[in-house]
Design a protein around this ligand. Structure first.
Ligand code: UD1
Length: 360
């Protein structure tokens, strides 16, 4: 069976790594690893990929546009050409980014069956580009691999045929488990002059937080107040740097106790998460990684598609109004035991491979 595995952004790489590792010794599935190039910076892609032990892609697109719509069209065109040259039996796309939808669409245009890894997540917020991508990719898919029972229930409620839905578990956690030893010994915070438990880690990259000046100003204001109690480190996504500069903030200095550093590789980033007092984020994967590690996570969003982390008790949604109060509680929080979620384990890629062998 011939399988294409598509990645385009950092969170895709995290989810592709365990699957590719498990496929390396498999003699029934021949895979091609394809990277679209949506994320292209050294530290957003190349260094990140290497830190995950992910091989170089067999095919990498050379995208010329950085504008979302035209970049999307380029991805459709590039992957269509790849299929024309050599057809896979199944195209596996991951998560909810533009690359995911672009390649799923190209596959369907060429009658190639689509498998969606991390299917069924829903924030019900149609203003999020990721929610649009999730819903459309699921509609285009023949095989829907869900990370949680809630995700499976969402698909069933939307009328998907149960036989197409496979609850395989959370592959973000398989990746974390594969790298846990390295993360535990790393102590990346020392490189920035911090000690374990004595700093807060924050990440922001969503349009909904960054693209309006008023919203971003209120986030910066809140972080400044918070940093008087405990220093904050921000590994910055390029969009954050760009928007801070665009709205006339100093994109290198937001305050004495706020350290902005460049995007970190996976092991360094997870080490910073692991040693932090608590985490503030708008990322999807970080909500799950903190939950697994038992670290308090404040998610700076109006909603989430990762409801199991809220039900699990380690993740709380915050906004500009309740932020400082929630931080005061988070300061007092103790690290909880490693959380138990169904199929958040090291067997997710194995389950996916078993399904692919049955259906392919
Ligand atoms: C994308 C995903 C989001 C995911 C995030 C993780 C979509 C719709 N969104 O958002 O779901 O959580 O990745 O990081 O696909 N840029 C660089 N260097 C890079 C990559 C991007 O400078 O390596 C710049 C781009 O030019 C753009 C901005 O950062 O101006 C945003 O990048 P983009 O790929 O559009 O989306 P993300 O915000 O990264």
């Amino acid at each position: 069976m011939k399988l294409d595995i598509i990645t385009g952004t950092r969170p895709n790489l995290v989810k592709a790594a365990p699957l590719i590792k498990s496929l390396e010794d498999d003699d029934q599935i021949r895979y091609r690893y394809i990277h679209t190039g949506q994320h292209y910076d050294e530290n957003m892609y190349e260094e990140f990929r290497t830190s995950l032990g992910l091989p170089k892609p067999e095919i990498a697109f050379n995208l010329t546009s950085k504008i979302a719509g035209t970049q999307f069209a380029e991805m459709v065109a590039n992957y269509s050409q790849v299929i024309e040259n050599s057809r896979p039996d199944i195209c596996l796309v991951i998560g909810d980014v533009n690359s995911t939808l672009a390649c799923a669409l190209a596959a369907r245009l060429h009658d190639v069956q689509v498998a969606h890894l991390e299917s069924g997540l829903r924030s019900l917020d149609w203003s999020m580009p990721e929610e649009v991508n999730r819903v459309f990719v699921d509609k285009l898919s023949s095989f829907l691999f869900t990370p949680s029972s809630e995700a499976t229930e969402n698909l069933i409620a939307e009328g998907f045929n149960q036989e197409k839905v496979f609850f395989v578990g959370n592959i973000v956690i398989e990746n974390l488990m594969n790298n846990l030893d390295k993360i535990m010994i790393k102590k990346r915070c020392n490189a920035f002059g911090f000690r374990a438990n004595e700093y807060i880690l924050a990440t922001f990259h969503r349009k909904s937080n960054l693209d309006e000046k008023q919203r971003l100003s209120s986030i910066v204001g809140n972080l400044k107040i918070l940093s008087e109690s405990l220093p904050i480190i921000i590994p910055a996504h390029p969009r954050l740097i760009k928007k801070l500069a665009e709205f006339d903030f100093d994109s290198k200095f937001l305050g004495e106790n706020i350290l902005i550093v460049e995007a970190q590789n996976y092991i360094d980033f997870m080490s910073l998460v692991n040693e932090s007092k608590f985490v503030i984020t708008d990322s999807g994967g970080v909500q799950e990684e903190t939950s697994f590690l038992g670290i308090t996570c404040l998610t700076y969003r109006e909603n989430t598609e990762r409801w199991s982390t809220i039900f699990g008790g380690t993740n709380t949604l915050v906004n500009s109004e309740n932020f400082l109060n929630q931080c005061t509680s988070a300061m007092k929080s103790k690290r909880s035991d490693i959380a138990q979620f169904e199929k958040w384990d090291s067997q997710v890629s194995r389950r996916i491979i078993d399904v692919l062998k049955k259906v392919g």
